[in-house]
Design a protein around this ligand. Structure first.
Ligand code: C2O
Length: 557
């Protein structure tokens, strides 16, 4: 193993999409950002220098950060932000992970322009447990705003209403032919090449698509017309391969798929497309982003080919049946070489509701949330309040007073029928509350979606761990019958799971990583409304079970 050094210079760059030019934060002037390519076992040192006026932090999403919690990145959780003119070197080792993850800004909504792939190759000499791909290609989904997204969320938080949605979904930074601002949706010679990502392939080959959903607020369906995809890896963990024409990927999830190109298809091209799987409040739109799969030799013209002809079939909006089947097809390899270390016994059980609620409107103001209130979102009815200093530092120095409290409820304070009529009182409490667990606790957590202000699925992401998804279902979680059906043999292991619309998921993990670990909905609007909490894992007795002291360049608040 080696050490890989990267310099990330955060600076503004003019970028034009949908005929709008905006100066957006970038890493080294690139949008989307540069990719990090490492091997399992490598140390990674990324020196981040902030040359913009906003505070910034970066998060290495899905990287376990074993004993390197100071490099995890969520602002005011593991670190104070990197201020203008300052630098911070994130320093971590990739242990026991291989596949695709990604990095992104972890402060406010700056992920909209600061994100890029993390590609973890297997150790030298260790093959993939699937046919060797001819080529590997990252496919990263995002969202483009014609206005400043920071202003969009700031305004929504001020007024208590729902933020405006983005103007386009993008694939590798490009919106695709449907969004071309100077055409009406037809692919023309003029519009297709610009603003459209093209994947150029040869017939009869296998390609590994490393798919990443970095979008702010939407789970996405993705499909390629007339092609089948083989899912081989999610969130940096191999899975038992299975075929599907469509994949579902939530913000925060990564999915590696094999694409076998047709034996002969010269002069052909096919559309690949993604559109939101969205439920609930209508804070989504039903737009579609697309890109082109182009067989070499290249087609001679783009004329006379219109979008509907080559459109892949995507499930309809709100297709929860597809979503549930897709997730239940995901299984760990669970073999000798890649065992699934599923906790068989549980030390601590938790039941968390995740969902929306309301906060009172401040006096002398009119609010645009439900019935003149402000929108909020909670875990167990607690809406997370960001502290103004980093929790990890407070934890390390034993100074939690006035920064965070440890009385996070292990059960919802007001149980109700989560899939029936919601309660009249939707008021939430605010606070910075954490759950404290001893080192190596075997944790079981059931997360239940509530129907307050509409049922909605929530992609819950846990920092610092992978977890096993041992069960999922619709309706209210049944403490008697549901655990009997848990899969404790080959459940999928991942870092982000969709808590289904009107349903629940059960996860298990060993709390074997000392530090402070944020858990939150990866829809940024819900994060902003407070759908987050944190786990504090105490040090274990052995030296390699302790959180080391902070690095000397850790930013101060
Ligand atoms: Cu990808 Cu806390 O985030």
């Amino acid at each position: 193993s080696t050490t890989r050094y990267y310099n990330f210079d955060i600076r503004r760059q003019n970028v034009t999409r949908l005929c709008h030019t905006r100066s957006i934060p970038t890493v080294n002037g690139q949008f989307p950002g540069p990719k990090i390519v490492v091997r399992e076992g490598d140390r990674v040192i990324v020196k981040v220098t902030n040359n913009i006026l906003n505070n910034v932090t970066l998060h290495w999403h899905g990287v376990r950060q074993l004993q390197s919690g100071w490099s995890d990145g969520p602002a005011y959780v593991t670190q104070c932000p990197i201020q203008t003119g300052q630098s911070y070197a994130y320093n971590f080792t990739i242990v026991g992970q291989r596949g695709t993850l990604f990095w992104h800004a972890h402060i406010s909504w700056m992920r909209y322009s600061l994100y890029g792939p993390i590609i973890i190759l297997p150790k030298i000499g260790l093959p993939y447990p699937f046919p060797k791909p001819y080529k590997e290609v990252p496919i990263i989904f995002g969202e483009w705003f014609n206005v400043d997204p920071e202003a969009v969320i700031a305004q929504a938080l001020r007024t208590g209403g729902s933020p405006n949605v983005s103007d386009a979904y993008i694939i590798n930074g490009l919106p695709g032919p449907l969004y071309n601002c100077s055409s009406n949706g037809n692919i023309t010679k003029q519009s297709a090449p610009s603003d459209t990502f093209k994947l150029k392939v040869k017939p009869g080959k296998t390609y590994l698509l490393r798919m990443i959903n970095a979008a702010l607020n939407d789970e996405l369906f993705f499909s390629i017309a007339n092609h089948t995809l083989t899912i081989v890896d999610v969130d940096g963990v191999y899975v038992k391969p299975f075929n599907s024409n469509v994949i579902l990927i939530t913000p925060g999830q990564t999915t590696n798929v094999l694409l076998r190109t047709k034996p002969t298809a010269p002069n052909a091209f096919f559309l690949m497309a993604a559109r939101p799987y969205a439920t609930g409040l209508g804070t989504f739109d039903n737009t579609t982003t697309s890109a082109i799969l182009e067989y070499r030799p290249k087609p001679s013209k783009y004329y006379n080919i219109t979008f509907p002809l080559f459109k892949p079939t995507l499930p309809v909006l709100n297709d929860t049946v597809f979503a549930a089947n897709f997730s239940s097809n995901l299984r760990s390899l669970a073999n000798r070489q890649y065992p699934a270390n599923v906790p068989q016994n549980v030390d601590k059980r938790f039941f968390f509701t995740v969902g929306l609620g309301t906060s009172p409107c401040p006096h002398n103001r009119t609010c645009q949330g439900p019935n003149g209130t402000k929108f909020a979102a909670t875990v167990n009815n607690i809406s997370w309040a960001l502290p103004d200093t980093a929790i990890l530092q407070a934890h390390f120095y034993g100074r939690s007073n006035g920064i965070y409290a440890t009385d996070f409820p292990v059960q919802p304070p007001f149980p109700f029928n989560y899939t029936g009529t919601p309660p009249n009182n939707t008021l939430v409490s605010n606070g910075t509350k954490v759950v404290v667990v001893p080192f190596n606790t075997s944790v079981e957590l059931v997360m239940q979606d509530t129907s307050v202000l509409g049922a909605e699925s929530h992609p819950l992401h846990l920092h610092g761990f992978n977890f096993f998804v041992v069960g999922q279902g619709f309706g209210n979680y049944d403490t008697v019958n549901d655990p009997a059906r848990f899969n404790l043999v080959d459940p999928v292991e991942r870092n982000t799971v969709g808590v289904p619309d009107g349903g629940w998921v059960a996860i298990r993990f060993f709390a074997d990583n000392p530090g402070v670990w944020l858990m939150h909905c990866h829809l940024d609007v819900h994060t902003s409304w407070g759908l987050r909490m944190a786990w504090v894992v105490n040090d274990g007795p052995l030296p390699n079970q302790k959180l080391p002291p902070p690095p000397s360049d850790l930013p101060e608040c």
